[in-house]
Design a protein around this ligand. Structure first.
Ligand code: AMP
Ligand code: GLY
Length: 423
């Protein structure tokens, strides 16, 4: 079948690479894609959020399945757009309905879902400009540090963690009254700080049953030792060594099962990935966030470890027969290291020529922000390449990634040399 994958990052290159291994994928289109996807599939130069343009491309290219990489087309309702269109309604979209996507699109919606289904999460209250005074009073009842979350999508920047009460009050005012994150901070969730280690759990669901994918952990800060500004993610490892069977069992029973049952009870149409951000507090897992897509760069370690046919799994998701499938996972460790543009996550330049790609051996190089320019591959974003390797353990896998990174070059290239330092 002909498949269209939406997105343009390392996550999408990894998904495209995996889907192309399926005998059920005859032709793969990626919109808009990058230089990495252009080398293995057919890039379509269109905006995944322009559904009318997308519809024309889907019909013209006889697309039979759409897989959604990033969250914004989902939050904008791409699933419902297909479902409600006479010409598109039989083409499955892998991703949740617009209501399901609210789990990522609205922190308050997610918190209400978690509380309603008795899933462990930090205590919280939400506030608007109309009751900002009550927000100050709530902050006074909490102990530092203070966690403030803009309700809506804020490009990963909407969460502030502050140690000082007065600063927390000021930031609350900035968000609610002065629209620090625009419309995304019209409402703010204030929650109890959870002290523990983060990990992520990835689930593929057809809305009734589910498969738990390999665990992963990403490294969000730009600097070594987890210092400096937050990024989309500078590297990742899978599996997470401290996620033992006891913890995984708790995560499945207390979090994954009630989440999927919650979709059924709330009649939320959900056929896609659920990315559950967790904090492990003294061996008790708590949900800190839901995302309605795969993580990036977690995909670059999770997907290569899946041995099962991904397109077959997606077909089962669409047909709600996922229960009949088995998920085979490679027992080896996978690691990925992100090569980013100097200056990222603040200002950086694009258009730097990338060399050494043909020298890489025993690693997978997934393109994140790259483009083709006069038949050369150039950087085209903050995160540029993800270098993924396998190993018997993460030291061995990382060694291979770093050996290959030595062969890669673009002007002002930067990467963290300490991925996995805390494990
Ligand atoms: P979120 O976008 O909700 O994942 O939050 C971004 C980051 O803030 C997370 O990856 C955590 O590191 C941190 N965080 C969020 N909520 C909490 C919390 N309740 N306690 C401690 N850290 C948190
Ligand atoms: N790496 C974190 C994310 O994709 O949101």
């Amino acid at each position: 079948m002909n498949i269209l994958l939406l997105g343009s990052g390392g996550r999408e290159h990894a998904l495209a690479w995996k889907m192309l291994q399926s005998k059920n994928c005859s032709k793969l289109f990626v919109a808009p894609g990058n230089a990495g996807t252009a080398a293995i599939a057919n890039n379509l130069d269109l905006n995944p959020n322009d559904f009318d343009v997308l519809k024309k491309a889907v019909l013209a290219n006889e697309i039979q399945m759409v897989v959604v990489g990033p969250e914004d087309p989902l939050v904008n309702g791409i699933y419902d757009f297909f479902k409600n269109d006479a010409e598109l309604k039989n083409i499955p979209v892998i991703g949740p309905s617009q209501r399901g996507a609210q789990l990522e699109g609205s922190k308050e919606f997610a918190k209400e879902f978690l509380i309603r289904h008795q899933i462990p999460t930090a205590a919280y209250q939400s506030f608007t400009a109309a009751n900002v005074e009550a927000g100050y009073a709530f902050l006074e009842t909490l102990k530092a540090p203070y966690v403030l979350k803009a309700d809506g999508l804020a490009a990963g920047k909407g969460v502030l963690i502050l140690t000082d009460l007065e600063e927390a009050k000021l930031e609350l005012k900035n968000m609610l009254v002065d629209a620090k994150f625009g419309a995304a901070s019209t409402k703010v969730v204030i929650e109890e700080f959870l002290d523990g280690i983060e990990l992520s759990c990835f689930v593929l669901t057809d809305g009734k049953s589910y498969k738990i994918l390999p665990t992963a952990k990403d490294y969000k800060r730009i600097g070594e030792g987890d210092q400096g500004l937050n990024t989309g993610g500078m590297g990742a490892v899978s599996p997470v060594p401290f996620a033992d069977d006891v913890l995984l069992q708790k995560i499945e029973e207390r979090i994954v099962k009630p989440t999927i049952e919650g979709f059924v009870k709330d009649q939320i149409d959900y056929k896609g990935f659920v990315f559950i951000g967790l904090i492990n507090v003294n061996n008790e897992p708590f949900v800190i966030e839901y995302n309605v897509r795969m993580g990036d760069p977690e995909t670059e370690v999770v997907i290569p470890r899946i041995e099962s046919d991904l397109v077959q799994l997606f077909t089962a998701v669409a047909n709600q027969t996922l229960e009949q499938e088995t998920l085979k996972v490679d027992p080896r460790t996978a690691t990925t290291v992100m090569l980013v543009s100097g200056g990222y996550p603040e200002e950086y330049q694009k258009g730097m020529v990338i060399t050494g790609l043909d020298q890489v051996a025993n690693s997978l190089v997934f393109h994140a922000g790259t483009a083709l320019k006069e038949s050369q591959i150039v950087s085209n974003g903050g995160r540029v390449l993800a270098v993924t390797s396998f190993g018997e353990d993460f030291d061995q896998a990382l060694k291979t990634s770093y050996q290959n990174i030595d062969k890669l070059h673009f002007d002002k290239m930067y990467y963290r040399k300490d991925i996995g330092f805390d494990l």
